[in-house]
Design a protein around this ligand. Structure first.
Ligand SMILES: CC(C)(COP(=O)(O)OP(=O)(O)OC[C@H]1O[C@@H](n2cnc3c(N)ncnc32)[C@H](O)[C@@H]1OP(=O)(O)O)[C@@H](O)C(=O)NCCC(=O)NCCS
Length: 167
């Protein structure tokens, strides 16, 4: 597995995965192109044997204290092996580099797998948008992460791991 920053050359592979993962509400190629080209965005991809098997994107306007996780997707055959968490971690690290304090995202109420990933990193529900996802008529759960708290927990985890090594 290797991760790298996405480029516009990844657009076709990203769109193939976008349609497979979000059959009823996929973004258009034009929207995705705009995301990849935006100076406020930051997209990463994960590859296996030269094949793109996942992507994720952050929107963090330079100088702003809030940022958004725009999307995150792993190909069905590659799920459940840590790749989703790896991409999310990369986005949060980039948000940290940009001086962000709070990260927000929206997740479908009928997507417990993604909710579990976000909750395990410290995201908490702060609101709901009724019937946000159409045509499926599904609510959006709005989640927020205190990024400095997240970074502090990671530093502590690293320290504890190091500590165990010394024993
Ligand atoms: C959500 C998604 C990105 C997770 O990626 P992944 O590579 O499968 O996830 P990981 O292997 O990194 O697992 C991270 C966490 O997700 C949760 N998770 C993963 N698979 C799960 C499953 N089958 N059931 C319940 N929780 C699961 C767990 O909390 C897991 O942590 P753990 O391994 O410590 O238990 C992936 O399932 C996906 O692409 N889904 C379709 C697109 C999507 O829904 N995107 C999110 C839009 S908001």
């Amino acid at each position: 597995m290797s991760t790298r920053t996405a480029t516009l050359d990844d657009l076709d592979a990203i769109m193939a995965l976008e349609h497979a993962s979000f059959p009823t509400d996929a973004w258009s190629p034009a929207m995705m192109r705009e995301e990849l080209a935006s100076p406020h965005g930051w997209y990463v991809v994960v590859e296996e044997a030269g094949r793109l098997v996942g992507y994720a994107g952050l929107r963090a306007v330079r100088g702003a204290k809030d940022a958004d996780i725009q999307t995150i997707t792993i190909a069905e055959t590659a799920r459940g092996r840590g790749r989703g968490r790896a991409l999310l971690t990369e986005l949060l690290e980039e948000a940290e580099r940009r001086g962000v304090h709070d990260v927000f995202l929206e997740v479908r109420a009928d997507n417990p797998v993604a909710q579990s990933l976000y909750a395990s990193e410290g995201f908490a529900e702060v609101g709901r948008r009724p019937r946000y996802y159409q045509p499926d008529d599904v609510d959006a759960i709005v989640m927020q992460l205190d990024l400095r708290g997240w970074a502090a927990r990671r530093a502590l985890d690293g320290a504890e791991t190091t500590g165990k090594g010394w024993c």
